[in-house]
Design a protein around this ligand. Structure first.
Ligand code: MN
Length: 223
């Protein structure tokens, strides 16, 4: 009888573990650490992914378990973030933002779909002007945070900034929308290579943007 109880307990624990793991996944980086050289250096990528991103993920999963929160999709946690403690906002934001950020970059040269290029030109005057405005937003995030291109709730392309690990999916965000492109401007994203020169890092970022991902995300967001 004791044996049956033990086996049942083990199975229940195993199921709990598997459930928790399958809801929130620490995905592999879509390319090797060195793939974005010389624009983003290998050491920065390794520390950023394996230390910073992993810590956000681990602490988020722990926070969800400790708080006995329902294991809903991370996007839904973001959209209802006002109902969670600040630690979930910080760690969950860090987890979601970084996974999105890795996808925004690629070692392959990619081009934006004409549909996105036209929408950008229409909204910002020209692609060149969009680049200027996005770079300026990234340069002027005070302290640690992010700059984003989003499709706003009213269907407009907008450049927005968020502090810390907040993002435009969050219900507490002043400008909400679907993120299409993001740049991490925390110092940990560039300090080893670019030192205090954030503008130089932002300039390098333009060489590694995955425009295919941005275009696909735009298409999906418009549906
Ligand atoms: Mn980061």
């Amino acid at each position: 009888m004791k044996k049956v109880l033990l086996i049942t307990t083990v199975l229940v624990l195993l199921k709990l573990t598997l459930t928790a793991q399958s809801t929130y996944v620490f995905k592999e980086l879509p390319y090797p650490y060195s793939a974005l050289e010389p624009y983003i250096d290998s050491t920065t990528m390794e520390i950023h992914y394996d230390k910073h991103h992993r810590a956000y993920y681990t602490n988020f999963v722990k926070g969800m378990q400790d708080g006995n929160f329902e294991q809903v999709a991370i996007e839904n946690v973001m959209k209802g973030i006002s109902k969670y403690p600040a630690s979930i906002r910080n760690m969950g934001g860090g987890y979601w933002n970084h996974e999105f950020f890795w996808n925004c970059m690629s070692p392959k040269k990619t081009q934006a779909d004409p549909e996105l290029t036209n929408a950008i030109a229409k909204q910002f005057g020209s692609v060149e002007n969009f680049k200027k405005e996005f770079s300026s937003a990234a340069a002027t995030v005070f302290g640690s945070g992010w700059a984003w291109l989003i499709l706003s709730e009213s269907g407009e392309l907008k450049i927005v900034k968020t502090a810390n690990q907040d993002n435009p999916l969050m219900d507490i965000s002043t400008e909400k929308g679907t993120p299409l492109l993001a740049i991490d401007v925390w110092e940990h994203a560039y300090y080893l290579k670019h030192k205090n020169k954030r503008a130089a890092y932002v300039e390098d970022f333009w060489n590694v943007i995955n425009w295919k991902f941005v275009s696909d995300t735009y298409k999906a967001a418009k549906k």
